[in-house]
Design a protein around this ligand. Structure first.
Ligand code: TGC
Ligand code: FAD
Length: 397
C-alpha cells in the first residue's frame, strides 16, 4: 500500500520538477542550518541581521523569479518554495526577503526604466542593496488610494522631482538603500512609483526611524519613511504606470508568496507540536499525543496545511501561464494566513505552560501570523475583494 507522510500528506512534492526540488532543498538547508540558529536572539532583541540578505543573494535566492539582471529566473512555484522555507523559520525573515524580492525588485523590474533596472537589480540580487516598499501612510492603510504623499518638480534641481509625505509600518525601511515609494504627482493627482536612492538624499530630507517594541514580527525591521522635499531623479520615476495598478501589481506577487510562506510557518508549528506531544507524558505515563483531542488538533492543522500548499502550487502554475486573476491571489492569501493563524493558535494549547516560553517557538509563530493576516491587505479586505468579484457590488465604502 502507498504510505502516508504526515510532512507531505497529499504528496505535493510529486508535482515539482527536479529543478524545483533542488531549489527547495537548497533553501531549506540554508534556512535550517544558517537562519534558525539566529532567530531566537533576533526575536528577543528585535534585530535583523542584514547579512542574511547577502547570504541569500550568494545562493541566488533573491528576486528568484525575475528573468535577467543576474537573477535566477525560476518558476513561480520555485520562488514560492523558497518563501515557504524562509517562513518555516520565521515570518519576519520572510518579510525581509519578500519585500526585497517581490515588492522592491519586482516593482523595479516590472515598471522601472531599463537604465534603472540595469543599475539596481544586479546589486539587489546579490543583497548588496536592500530595498523597501512604501505604500501605507499613517492615515491611509487599507485605503492607499487616498494617500497624501506628493511629488512635484523640484523647485531648485533641474531634472528632479521633490517628494514629501510620510509612510509608516514599512518593512526594511530603517536600513534600506533603495526605497520604492508611491506618491501622487501634483500635476495630475495620479499615483506614481519612485525609486529613492538613500545615497542621493541630502541630510534632513529623508528620515527612516524604526518602530520599536513590536509584539510580533520582531526579527524583521519595520519603520517609517519621512520625506521632506526628497530630490529624486526623473529617471527614477516609473515611466509608464500610474494609479493603484502599479503598487497592486507588485502586491500580487508578494501576496502569492505569503500564501506559500504562511504554510511553512504552519508546517513548523505542526512539527514542533507533534514532537512535543510525543514527548510530554500526562496521566499514567501516556504521551499526550495519544489523546484524541490532541490528535484532532494535529489532524486539522495538517489538513489545512496540505490544502493550502496545493492551492498555492496551483495558483503558481497559473501565474506562470498568465492565468492567475488577482482575486485568486486574494483567496489564497486570505485563506492561508487565516488558517495558519487559527491552527497555530490551537496547537499552542498542546504546549501547556511551556507555550509561554519563547524557547518552544510556537508563541513566536502565533504572534507573527497575526501580522501576516494584517499586512498586504487585511483578511477582511480580501473578503471584500472576493465579495466584489462574486456579486459585482463593491462594499468598501
Ligand atoms: P480599485 O478600484 O479596486 O482599483 C484601483 C485600480 O487598481 C487596479 N487593481 C489592481 N491591479 C492589479 N492587481 C490588483 N490586485 C489590483 N487591484 C486593483 C484596478 O484595476 C484599478 O485600475 P484602474 O486602471 O481602473 O485605475 O481600488 P480601491 O481604491 O477601491 O481599492 C480597494 C482595495 C481595498 C481593493 C485596495 O485598496 C486594497 O487592496 N487595500 C489593501 C491595502 C494593501 O494591501 N496594502 C499593502 C501595503 S504593502 C505591505 O503591506 C507590505 S508588507 C510586506 C512584508 O513585510 O512582507
Ligand atoms: P486600517 O486600514 O485602519 O484597518 C483597520 C481594520 O479595519 C482592519 O481590520 C480592516 O480590515 C478594517 N477595515 C478597513 N476598511 C474597511 C472596510 N471598508 N470594510 C471593512 N473593514 C475595514 N505597508 C507598506 O506599505 N509596506 C510595508 O513594507 C509594510 N510592512 C508592514 C509590516 C508590519 C509589521 C505591519 C504591521 C504592517 C506593514 N505594512 C506595510 C502596513 C500594512 O499593509 C497595513 O497595516 C495594512 O494594510 C492595514 O492598514 P492599517 O494598519 O492602516 O489598518
Amino acid at each position: 500500500p502507498v504510505s502516508f507522510d504526515w510532512k507531505d500528506p497529499l504528496n505535493a512534492n510529486s508535482l515539482l520538477t527536479e529543478e524545483e526540488q533542488a531549489i527547495s532543498e537548497t533553501a531549506e538547508s540554508y534556512c535550517q542550518e544558517r537562519m534558525l540558529p539566529r532567530v531566537l536572539d533576533a526575536y528577543r532583541n528585535e534585530d535583523f541581521d542584514r547579512k542574511i540578505i547577502e547570504e541569500m543573494g550568494e545562493l541566488g535566492l533573491l528576486g528568484a523569479s525575475i528573468k535577467g539582471y543576474e537573477c535566477a529566473g525560476v518558476s513561480s512555484v520555485a520562488a514560492g518554495l523558497v518563501t515557504r522555507a524562509v517562513e518555516r523559520v520565521d515570518s519576519g525573515y520572510r518579510s525581509g526577503y519578500s519585500v526585497q524580492s517581490s515588492l522592491a525588485m519586482g516593482g523595479i523590474e516590472e515598471f522601472g526604466a531599463e537604465e534603472l533596472k540595469e543599475r539596481l537589480l544586479p546589486q539587489m540580487a546579490k543583497g548588496k542593496l536592500l530595498g523597501c516598499f512604501g505604500l501605507t501612510e499613517p492615515n491611509h492603510g487599507s485605503d492607499p488610494g487616498s494617500m497624501e504623499s506628493v511629488a512635484k518638480p523640484h523647485p531648485s534641481k533641474e531634472g528632479y522631482y521633490s517628494l514629501s509625505g510620510s509612510k509608516t509600518w514599512i518593512t526594511n525601511s530603517p536600513i534600506a538603500d533603495v526605497l520604492v515609494v508611491w506618491a501622487k504627482l501634483q500635476e495630475t493627482g495620479k499615483i506614481r512609483g519612485f525609486a529613492i536612492e538613500r545615497k542621493d538624499c541630502p541630510p534632513g530630507t529623508l528620515e527612516t526611524p524604526a518602530i520599536k517594541n513590536k509584539n510580533g514580527l520582531r526579527a524583521s525591521l519595520t519603520g517609517m519613511i519621512l520625506m521632506d522635499e526628497v530630490p529624486v531623479r526623473k529617471e527614477n520615476m516609473f515611466p509608464d504606470i500610474e494609479g493603484l495598478k502599479g503598487p497592486f501589481s507588485c502586491l500580487n506577487s508578494a501576496r502569492y508568496g505569503i500564501a506559500w510562506g504562511t504554510m511553512g510557518a504552519l508546517e513548523d508549528a505542526i512539527a514542533r507540536t507533534r514532537a512535543y506531544a510525543l514527548d510530554r507524558k500526562q496521566f499514567k505515563g501516556n504521551p499526550i499525543a495519544k489523546y484524541q483531542l490532541v490528535q484532532k488538533k494535529l489532524a486539522d492543522a495538517t489538513t489545512d496545511a496540505a490544502f493550502g500548499i496545493l492551492a498555492a502550487y496551483h495558483v503558481g502554475r497559473l501565474k506562470d501561464e498568465g492565468k492567475a486573476a488577482p482575486e485568486m491571489i486574494s483567496m489564497i492569501k486570505r485563506q492561508n494566513c487565516d488558517r495558519a493563524l487559527v491552527n497555530a493558535r490551537v496547537l499552542q494549547e498542546v504546549f501547556g505552560g511551556n507555550a509561554v516560553s519563547d524557547e518552544y517557538g510556537i508563541g513566536r509563530h502565533v504572534a507573527n501570523l497575526f501580522v501576516t493576516q494584517t499586512y498586504e491587505g487585511q483578511s477582511d479586505i480580501h473578503a471584500l475583494i472576493l465579495g466584489r468579484a462574486i456579486t459585482g457590488l463593491q462594499a468598501f465604502c
